[in-house]
Design a protein around this ligand. Sequence first.
Ligand code: SF4
Length: 174
Amino acid sequence: MRRPQRLAELAAHLGVSAASASDTVAALVAKGLALREADPADGRARLLRATPRGQEVAARIPAAPAALTAAIAALPGSERAQMLAGLQRLIRSLQEAGAIPVQRMCATCRFFRPHAHDDAARPHHCDFVDAAFGQAGLRLECGDHGMAPADRTVANWQRLDAALGVSSYEVVHL
Ligand code: SF4
């Protein structure tokens, strides 16, 4: 978690109740791994942030087993891109069916502007870091993600689908 988040946002991402998330956060705060701070956007709300020690601990947790990372890196670029597109569609179908919590993917992020640039290598834009990026840079899990409104998420998926030449209606609805 790089961007400070409210408890409700964190709980939704983890797919747990606010009470469970609150207990976990209290334990992390007690261990000096997280802290609560005032939300500049709302004086009554609190944001959660990892402390430097919490960030150190998080950085030691591997994102994926080394063997898996190496196997994926060995795939040709075109196959990696296909796999990424397939994974996005799979996750999208599962979350639209309510089988999993909404994942912190670019397509559901308020900072994401798909195909904002007339540049085939880097068509997308991330407003959080104010930078263009390519198809392979689409994130499935991003610590800076901010949940977009539902209509923006639909528009993002439609734009991505259109660029891939598929219909949004071809997404499997479970
Ligand atoms: S890289 Fe992260 S912050 Fe940027 S658009 Fe994607 S999910 Fe959002």
